[in-house]
Design a protein around this ligand. Structure first.
Ligand SMILES: [Zn+2]
Length: 361
């Protein structure tokens, strides 16, 4: 059962006329599971439950965190808890309201996603037209605004006007990966929850629950590479093949470090065209970092290291290097990862990195 996967982001609004999520994934989302099954984000869950129990529901909440951090799942669970009609601790996940919200059919849940590159004022107007009616079925009308960093200025001003004089039973839930780009006037009216990365042991628990068949090696790699992002971790777990990629990255790194000189140009050309370049660089960084820690005497409790000691006790030049060199390479890889997000020439950037790996620059 997939719990943390983010919802599809494409497509226009209106949960009233469209399903929020498709048949296959709606019930697998875990929004039917209830708050008690959420792994991590304990403080957020506690605050939301307390607010509901005390009847102190604010008119606007902001959930922030990178894609895959669980913003939408938590906000839908919150929406369920506000409208749950079951007898168990809300959200029960079983009553009609909970199921309708999970399936995107609830008439009092409005989902607004960016149209094109921004959230536009027309979309806010469409929603506002419906806000001043009483809830159809639920206790609260919920307006879930996705990617709110993409609000245009007129749309943000329009939202601000509603937040200044909110209709009685209305709750706005704003989601954003870049909350700092929201106007301060909007931010100041929201109760802000930032979703922190999950600790490695929590990621382990999540993977154990959702993907019990994962090998220990795959699990370790996913925990190391997903950096506490549950969505990314589960996506990686679904793809699989990470141990093989790890081994491939090791061989590539070793060859680039001490193979014939022409390998630099050949591999830079080849790797720059690969779709999995970000994952490969993640592995390069992980290998260098692990090797650095190993050299510094830091104990790494990894099955992969125990099972494959040859990876860490070998005569390949790059892995035999001292901590200072490894740290330099590690930092160079991290720098390159940042540069690649800014549209640099991949082949040239990789050539420079590989020259550094050989100690040539
Ligand atoms: Zn319920």
């Amino acid at each position: 059962m997939v719990f943390w996967r983010s919802f599809p982001t494409a497509g226009p609004i209106r949960a009233t006329s469209r399903r929020l999520v498709d048949d296959e994934t709606a019930r697998e989302r875990g929004v039917l599971l209830g708050f008690s099954k959420v792994i991590g984000q304990e403080m957020v869950v506690k605050a939301l439950c307390r607010a509901r129990q005390q009847g102190k529901i604010n008119h606007a909440y902001l959930f922030s965190g990178p894609p895959g951090s669980g913003k939408k799942t938590l906000s839908l669970l919150f929406a369920q808890s506000l409208n749950c009609t079951g007898t168990a601790e809300p959200p029960c996940g079983k009553c009609l309201a909970c199921r309708k919200i999970a399936d995107g059919h609830h008439p009092d849940l409005h989902l607004v996603k960016p149209r094109g590159a921004s959230l536009k004022i027309e979309q806010l107007r469409e929603i506002k037209a419906q806000l001043y009616y009483f809830p159809h079925e639920g206790r609260k009308k919920i307006c879930l605004l996705q990617d709110t960093e993409l609000l245009t200025l007129p749309a943000a001003n329009s939202l601000l006007k509603v937040l200044e004089e909110p209709p009685g039973e209305m709750v706005f839930i704003l989601l954003s990966a870049r909350p700092w780009s929201l106007p301060g006037t909007v931010l100041s009216r929201c109760i802000h929850f930032h979703l922190k990365p999950l600790a490695p042991e929590k990621m382990g628990l999540l993977l154990q629950r959702e993907r019990p068949a994962l090998s220990p090696g795959e699990k370790e790699l996913i925990i190391a590479l997903a950096r506490g992002n549950p969505g990314k971790g589960l996506k990686m777990a679904a793809q699989g093949g990470w141990e093989e990629k790890y081994a491939e990255a090791w061989h590539l790194l070793a060859d680039i470090g001490d193979g014939p000189a022409e390998i630099i140009w050949q591999k830079a050309e080849e790797i720059s065209k690969r779709e999995d370049l970000p994952a490969l660089l993640d592995f390069f960084a992980l290998l260098c970092r692990d090797q650095l820690f190993f050299k510094l005497g830091v104990q790494l409790e990894r099955t992969l290291i125990k099972e494959r000691p040859a990876f860490y006790n070998n005569d390949r030049k790059i892995f035999a290097a001292g901590p200072a060199f490894l740290e330099r390479i590690w930092r160079a890889i991290l720098k390159l990862q940042g540069e690649l997000r800014q549209n640099v020439n991949k082949r040239l950037a990789l050539e420079v990195l590989f020259l550094q790996m050989r100690g040539a620059v």
